[in-house]
Design a protein around this ligand. Structure first.
Ligand SMILES: *[C@@H]1O[C@H](CO)[C@@H](O)[C@H](O)[C@H]1NC(C)=O
Ligand SMILES: *[C@@H]1O[C@H](CO)[C@@H](O)[C@H](O)[C@H]1NC(C)=O
Ligand SMILES: *[C@@H]1O[C@H](CO)[C@@H](O)[C@H](O)[C@H]1NC(C)=O
Ligand SMILES: *[C@@H]1O[C@H](CO)[C@@H](O)[C@H](O)[C@H]1NC(C)=O
Ligand SMILES: *[C@@H]1O[C@H](CO)[C@@H](O)[C@H](O)[C@H]1NC(C)=O
Ligand SMILES: *[C@@H]1O[C@H](CO)[C@@H](O)[C@H](O)[C@H]1NC(C)=O
Ligand SMILES: *[C@@H]1O[C@H](CO)[C@@H](O)[C@H](O)[C@H]1NC(C)=O
Ligand SMILES: *[C@@H]1O[C@H](CO)[C@@H](O)[C@H](O)[C@H]1NC(C)=O
Ligand SMILES: *[C@@H]1O[C@H](CO)[C@@H](O)[C@H](O)[C@H]1NC(C)=O
Ligand SMILES: *[C@@H]1O[C@H](CO)[C@@H](O)[C@H](O)[C@H]1NC(C)=O
Ligand SMILES: *[C@@H]1O[C@H](CO)[C@@H](O)[C@H](O)[C@H]1NC(C)=O
Length: 834
């Protein structure tokens, strides 16, 4: 991903456009081409060709370690049901190679299993190996041990780096080949990516940049996967690697492929944006996404669109990068829990179906374009050989709607919208018109933890200088000292207060880590934290403290909330304390502590004793909770609970807690920081997902490490009521005006329809509410208006019960006539899926 510039609010999809010219066939060198279902993947200027066929492909990013293997089948099937053809994932180097040459492909790291699951559901895969991935993932996916490789400069023409990059890339490619996962072997992988948005940083490497790009491309191509490689944001990607566009406006800004033989590829545009602790969520509307995608297809001949993310999921454990929240892209078409988010999912599904219905015309036809009256309205018309025709009517005007004439008919185009016409007449999709309503989630409290005996506590130990064994003169850099085995690094020192000095003093600390907690003589003194917006500025603590006579022990706990993930020269990044002074109040004497001898401890005692695991929990003495043990910093809390009945997703509401980490049965569910409020005064994340597969039916061990202050008695365990189970649709009178010309009205065979659709493998079990007339409200809150056709429920039941999807016509006679002539009517239906 791009460096998180503040303006880059919107992050979503990979779009590949492919344009005309010679066909490039990429063949695997040492792959077995005698197997069945082998698909040669190639491309021409118009699209990817799979088995020689041009294709328009919709792709969605789902990152395997951000969910669980138990969730993968349903995520993939919901993506497939949503009209997605390709699942795109990064490969997460620091998960797979925690130590040089030691590999881990188990559990959530089981890349092969994930790809085989995609394959078994008949979808393709785009594998973005990187191995630098950014992705709001700690250290951009690099294992921290790279930092200690002598002479290394990441992502540059640097031998040590190239060695390890090639080593890992080869490992992954060989793994894929050994499992026959490339399309050239009959597998699902149709594309691979090497590097990631390198152009963002290339200039910083001066003359070391371009040779690195050439080397990376050649290294990748020489691995002979038999499928094409892409480089995103790399306009000089060497042949035959395809240069792809990432960003907000590839439809407008992309200069195009760097060779007429290459397709234009858009690797990332964004369904939402990642959220940071203390940051507001970004809500991108379904209409806006659909507009962007349709525009890209019409204007840039787009043939491959990837949604970043289609399912964001959860940054479990300590995997998130600096300040990035534990819930990732909850606003994607599948939410953090994997539940369908409407109207996004449904609207995009309809878009995908509409595009597929005209894909032959788009791929094989010729395109003309012209303005429709005003300069801001344009038509893109694709004319096929067999007299088939498809058109995109675009209104680029962000403020005003427009009534346009196209082929003797009038079309009403809302502001910033595109209408897609299947035979250059019939509107098959309208980016502004969503038929599914929003389906807000509801959270049912399943358990509380408020009884006295529910919790046990363990107060972690604040080490004094005398307790530490690692010593150094001066201040050590945080990350290189912890090696990222923990977020925490204790910096301790002792100093003597001169007899005449005032006991009141001020402790000043300037730190480039993310959080600081100061303890003076074993007592908590104060804290400070920075924010994602001030990553480079760090934090300052100015804490009045009271000193003992003679020896004083100062212990400063420095905390990283994830490692940085972007920018050039990541290996040179520094964090942790930079300057520490103690200023005596009266004498104004300033003591610069930097030069003292310091003692260090990596991590908390509870971490090194692994007291969050079932095996480790007895390594320390826990006690019962009392009023003084609550609301204390550096406290561990534990309890057990039974899993809620049923299949609904489960989450912890940690709104009463401060900041820390949480584990269920030894598995880290992520960092929590509900006390970091957004500018609007809301907690950025209160709910923390517990995947069902982390739970046993009873006696689940929940351990919280609370760094600041929290009240565990107010924690609740909630089930997330699937918004997918209740679906709703509304068709309003304005839809009738979509095609104004009476002639086209007559020709449009079916007229406007309200479509309801359950998630895959569910059917409509009940019509909860139906009203043709003047109903008000939405999915969760609906009421009859003054005008109501008493046959509404019956009509909806006949059309929908027992079906996975259904369409309701808004035609008067079906409802037994007009219930209130002369009054604009609408149809609202709320149904239950089971
Ligand atoms: C990768 O490096 C490991 C040691 O870290 C070595 O055992 C292995 O042979 C190397 N593989 C390749 C393909 O270079
Ligand atoms: C990508 O997303 C941004 C943010 O909404 C949007 O403005 C832009 O038009 C999109 N790009 C394309 C080419 O659709
Ligand atoms: C799209 O394809 C048409 C040919 O059908 C061509 O004229 C046009 O230049 C292409 N547009 C872009 C942006 O490549
Ligand atoms: C056709 O579309 C291209 C690409 O968007 C644009 O540059 C050109 O001006 C359009 N031509 C007309 C006549 O509108
Ligand atoms: C539009 O109307 C004119 C005049 O009636 C007619 O000549 C022309 O063929 C029509 N065009 C289309 C696309 O129907
Ligand atoms: C300071 O630390 C030393 C060594 O751990 C300890 O013996 C001493 O009691 C501490 N003093 C205070 C005031 O905490
Ligand atoms: C990082 O720590 C290692 C020891 O683990 C040391 O050899 C190296 O010099 C340190 N690097 C920097 C840049 O401080
Ligand atoms: C409260 O619990 C702490 C240990 O967490 C213990 O040291 C203290 O004595 C307890 N206080 C009371 C009043 O029970
Ligand atoms: C979490 O719990 C708090 C306190 O009970 C409540 O106010 C809040 O609405 C809950 N959050 C969610 C998302 O349910
Ligand atoms: C597109 O949808 C909007 C909103 O529902 C509607 O007002 C408009 O008439 C539609 N236009 C077309 C051409 O379908
Ligand atoms: C309801 O439908 C029945 C036919 O099923 C029809 O006879 C009746 O007139 C309708 N009633 C109303 C109020 O529309």
């Amino acid at each position: 991903m791009a460096p998180a510039a503040a303006a880059m609010w919107l992050r979503w999809a990979a779009v590949m456009v492919i344009m005309a010219a010679a066909m490039v066939v990429v063949r695997g060198g040492d792959v077995d081409v005698t197997r069945k279902n082998i698909a040669h993947v190639s491309y021409d200027g118009r699209s990817l060709l799979i088995g020689g066929q041009r294709r328009i492909l919709f792709s969605g990013s789902i990152h395997y370690p951000r969910s669980t293997p138990e969730m993968w089948p349903s995520l993939i099937s919901k993506a497939k049901e949503g009209g997605i053809d390709v699942i795109q994932t990064y490969v997460f180097w620091n998960l797979h190679e925690p130590q040089p040459g030691q590999y881990n492909f188990d559990g959530r790291n089981d890349l092969v299993k994930f790809i085989k699951e995609v394959q078994s559901q008949g979808l393709y895969v785009t594998l973005r190996i990187g191995p630098f991935i950014e992705s709001e993932w700690s250290y951009g996916g690099f294992p921290f041990w790279l930092h200690d490789v002598k002479g290394i400069v990441y992502r540059s023409d640097n031998e040590p780096f190239k060695f390890y990059m090639q080593n890992f890339t080869t490992k992954i490619v060989n793994l894929m080949k050994s499992e026959n996962l490339y399309a050239s072997q009959g597998g699902p992988i149709i594309l691979s990516q090497i590097e990631n948005e390198y152009k963002n940083v290339e200039a910083a490497f001066h003359e070391k940049g371009p040779p690195y790009v050439r080397w990376a491309a050649k290294m990748a191509v020489d691995l002979q996967t038999g499928v094409p490689w892409v480089m995103c944001k790399q306009d000089d990607a060497p042949d035959p690697v395809i240069n792809a566009c990432n960003g907000m406006n590839c439809g407008e800004t992309f200069a195009g492929p760097n060779s007429p033989n290459k397709p234009a590829i858009w690797t990332e545009n964004w369904t939402s944006f990642y959220q940071v602790f203390g940051g507001e969520p970004y809500i991108r509307s379904a209409e806006d996404i659909a507009f962007a995608v349709a525009l890209f297809i019409a204007r840039k001949n787009g043939s491959y669109i990837n949604y970043y993310m289609y399912h964001g999921g959860t940054n479990f454990g300590r995997t998130a990068s600096a300040y990035v929240m534990t819930g990732y892209y909850d606003q994607a078409p599948l939410d953090e829990y994997g539940l369908i988010r409407q109207p996004k999912w449904g609207h995009l599904k309809e878009l995908h179906a509409a595009i597929k219905s005209i894909s032959n015309t788009l791929l094989e036809g010729t395109r003309t374009n012209f303005t429709l009256g005003g300069q801001l309205q344009e038509a893109y018309v694709f004319q096929g050989k067999a007299d088939d025709c498809a058109a995109f009517l675009v209104n680029n005007d962000g403020r005003n709607s427009a009534l346009v004439q196209f082929q003797n008919s009038s079309f009403y185009l809302p502001r910033r919208s595109i209408s897609i016409l299947s035979d250059c007449k019939t509107v098959v999709f309208n980016t502004s018109k969503t038929s599914a309503l929003e389906n807000p989630r509801s959270f049912a409290v399943s358990q509380t933890f408020d009884s006295e005996d529910r919790w046990q506590v363990f107060k972690d130990v604040v080490p004094n200088f005398g307790d530490t064994s690692t010593r150094a003169n001066g201040i050590l850099e945080h990350m290189n000292t912890t090696k990222d085995v923990s977020d925490y690094l204790w910096y301790t020192f002792s100093f003597e207060r001169a007899k005449n000095d005032d006991s009141n003093a001020v402790l000043h600390v300037y730190s480039l880590a993310h959080v600081l907690h100061a303890f003076v003589n074993g007592k908590y003194a104060g804290s400070a934290h920075g924010s994602h917006d001030n990553l480079k500025t760090g934090l300052n603590l100015d804490q009045p403290i009271s000193l003992n006579e003679e020896v004083n022990n100062i212990s400063l706990l420095s905390v990283m909330v994830g490692l940085p993930n972007s920018g050039a020269f990541l290996e040179r990044r520094v964090a942790g304390l930079r300057r520490v002074t103690i200023e005596s109040k009266n004498s104004k004497k300033l003591e610069v502590i930097n030069e003292y001898e310091w003692g260090y401890q990596v991590g908390l005692l509870g971490e090194s004793q692994q007291i969050y695991t079932e095996a480790g929990t007895n390594n320390v003495q826990w006690s019962n909770v009392n009023s003084t043990s609550l609301q204390q910093p550096l406290t561990w809390y534990k309890t057990t609970f039974d899993a809620p009945q049923g299949e609904e997703p489960v989450a912890l509401n940690l709104s009463s807690m401060g900041k820390g980490e949480a584990w269920i049965n030894g598995q880290g569910i992520g960092r929590y920081w509900p006390s970091f409020y957004t500018p609007k005064g809301r907690s950025s994340q209160e709910l923390y997902h517990i995947p069902r597969s982390f739970l046993k039916s009873s006696e689940n061990l929940l351990v919280l490490e609370e760094e600041m202050k929290g009240d565990p008695s107010k924690i609740t365990l909630v089930t997330v009521n699937s918004p997918a189970n209740r679906i709703c649709g509304k068709l309003s009178d304005s839809h009738l005006a979509s095609v104004l010309s009476p002639e086209t009205l007559k020709k449009s065979v079916r007229g406007p329809r309200l479509r309801l659709e359950c998630p895959p493998e569910m059917t409509i079990s009940k019509i909860v509410f139906a009203s043709f007339g003047t109903p008000s409200g939405d999915c969760n809150n609906y009421a009859y208006g003054k005008c109501h056709s008493s046959n509404s429920t019956k009509v909806a039941e006949v059309a929908c019960l027992g079906r996975q999807s259904c369409s309701l016509p808004k035609s008067m006679h079906k409802f037994g006539g007009d219930p209130c002539p002369g009054i604009p009517k609408s149809l609202l239906v709320v149904a239950q899926c089971e």
